[in-house]
Design a protein around this ligand. Structure first.
Ligand code: S3P
Length: 165
């Protein structure tokens, strides 16, 4: 079966849902941010600080192309859908699951976050960023799961119930 690509804004629960899907399906998990850090021997905050977002986006596309295309759960970075190339790649290579989370919920979940360069950049309007990305998440999604008020377990069960549609 095609790999499952979890997409959604920062704080939508991609990493924890990927872990739960691993538990339930037994498939391996690939985390794109972790793969970037491994491949380029750096950290995500360091890439943003030293090289800037554009370079990060280039790394992201390279890594996306190297993800395993079958029987794997791929946790993507929240901005992977910004590039048209990445959107087309996702639509043709994977089964894409959009974890749809409200702005209010995202703010609650990321209140103590210190590791996400865009989230922690006071000059960025994150709510507008979410709004501008919504059509792209929807464009690439085969399955949309609302996550507000649900446990990780409920979300994973819901995803699995849609897999053979
Ligand atoms: C980003 C989201 C991050 C990470 C990078 C950029 C974004 O991943 O890829 O900081 O542009 O939304 P998460 O969605 O896992 O936080």
């Amino acid at each position: 079966m095609k790999s499952l690509y979890l997409v959604g804004f920062m704080g939508s629960g991609k990493t924890s849902v990927a872990a739960e899907l691993h538990h339930k399906l037994g498939w391996l998990v690939e985390d794109m941010d972790a793969l970037i850090e491994q491949a380029y021997q750096t950290t995500i905050p360091e890439v943003f600080k030293e090289k800037g977002e554009e370079t990060f986006r280039q790394y992201e596309t390279e890594i996306l192309k190297q993800t395993t295309k079958e029987n794997t759960i791929v946790s993507t970075g929240g901005g992977v859908i910004q590039k048209e190339y990445n959107r087309n790649w996702l639509k043709t290579h994977g089964k894409v699951i959009y974890l749809s989370t409200s702005w209010e919920e995202i703010k609650r979940r990321l209140v103590d976050d210190e590791n996400r360069p865009i989230w922690n950049n006071q000059d960025r309007d994150k709510e507008s960023l979410l709004v501008s990305r919504l059509p792209y998440y929807i464009e690439v999604a085969d399955i949309i799961v609302e996550t507000d008020g649900k446990t990780t377990e409920q979300i994973a069960t819901e995803i699995i119930s849609h897999l053979h549609e």
